[in-house]
Design a protein around this ligand. Structure first.
Ligand code: 3PG
Length: 306
């Protein structure tokens, strides 16, 4: 009998775990659960006993993959799979999938949660500002970017987007102004919401040159990955510009260095973008269904290491 493991350092909501278990058991497979593990060895041991594993931001590196005996498939219940060593998986013929779009609305809502929290001075009782009629630049127009655009229009913001992989026509169909270059996006937008993946091209790409282009009262909102920010450059810009703010769902490596920018930064204590019951159910159920379809019909629709 195939063994399907859910291995999550940051657990899904119980309602999602129950639905995943149900799908796995109804398909005739065995379900197991490893949550809030503290040692990598716990993950290695659990994965070693499984044929399939559902993860979130859990690190599936070369060691986890190569020490596994029967592992056939890893599904990242979420969008970004930079936490999985794809080369190691491919070498061991382990299929890796993600569940694109399933947690996107949750991430998009948090973008606005952080923007309002900052604009209203962290609710400290003094007068803040509104989002209405401010400019917002969406950097990468994928699943999350689209939800961000919809919500921004509800707030009455003027919305721009840049994405070299999405046609201008598709972006403009949503009532969003597509710009030609990333520099144009940053020059036009008081708020920037980042939705690029972390890969060799994008790591540290949000640098001094780009950040300096942002207009007065600039706010960079990062619900993507900390690795895409050039942290030293971000600190330099914030030192040079007292009007620049950085809001992130992923604390930077040197969080303490931001202490001197009081009122101009906010970091969630734990990555919270996808942490809603709805997103957990959507992504977890999709992951479980994808594993069942893979074992029963060889379905590899969402494979990312083809
Ligand atoms: C994703 O890539 O889907 C998000 O960053 C969510 O990550 P999480 O599942 O670890 O919250």
């Amino acid at each position: 009998m195939k063994k399907i493991l859910v291995a999550t350092d940051k657990p899904f909501a119980p309602v999602a775990v129950n639905q995943i278990k149900d799908i796995v058991e109804k398909a005739g497979f065995e379900f197991s659960l490893l949550e809030k593990y503290t040692e990598k060895s716990q993950l290695i041991n659990a994965v070693n006993a499984a044929n399939a594993v559902i993860i979130r931001s859990d690190i599936i590196d070369n060691e986890v993959i190569t020490s596994s005996g029967n592992l056939e498939i890893v599904v990242r219940a979420g969008a970004g799979y930079d936490n999985v060593d794809l080369a190691a998986a491919t070498a061991k013929k382990v299929v890796v999938m993600n569940t694109p779009g399933q947690n996107s609305n949750a991430v998009a809502e948090l973008v606005f949660g952080m923007m309002v929290y900052h604009a209203r001075k962290f609710y400290n009782g003094t007068a803040g500002t509104e989002l209405r009629e401010k400019t917002l630049g969406i950097h990468a127009y994928g699943n999350v970017g689209k939800f961000v655009a919809t919500i921004a229009k509800g707030f009455g913001m003027k919305v721009y987007a840049f994405d070299p992989f999405v046609s201008k026509e598709l972006i403009e169909k949503d009532g969003v102004t597509a710009v030609d270059t990333v520099e144009e996006l940053y020059s036009k937008s008081q708020y920037i919401s980042l939705h690029i993946p972390a890969n060799a091209e994008t790591k540290q790409s949000i640098n001094h040159k780009l950040l300096s282009l942002m207009p007065k009262g600039a706010v960079l909102v990062n619900t993507a990955r900390k690795e895409v920010i050039h942290e030293a450059d971000m600190i330099k810009v914030m030192e040079q510009r007292g009007d620049f703010a950085y809001l992130s769902d992923i604390a930077p490596d040197n969080k303490a260095d931001f202490g001197k920018f009081e009122g101009r930064y906010f970091f969630t204590p734990k990555k919270m973008g996808a942490q809603t019951g709805e997103a957990n159910v959507n992504a977890g159920v999709a992951a479980a269904n994808q594993i069942v379809a893979f074992f029963k019909n060889g379905d590899t629709t969402f494979q990312v290491n083809k």
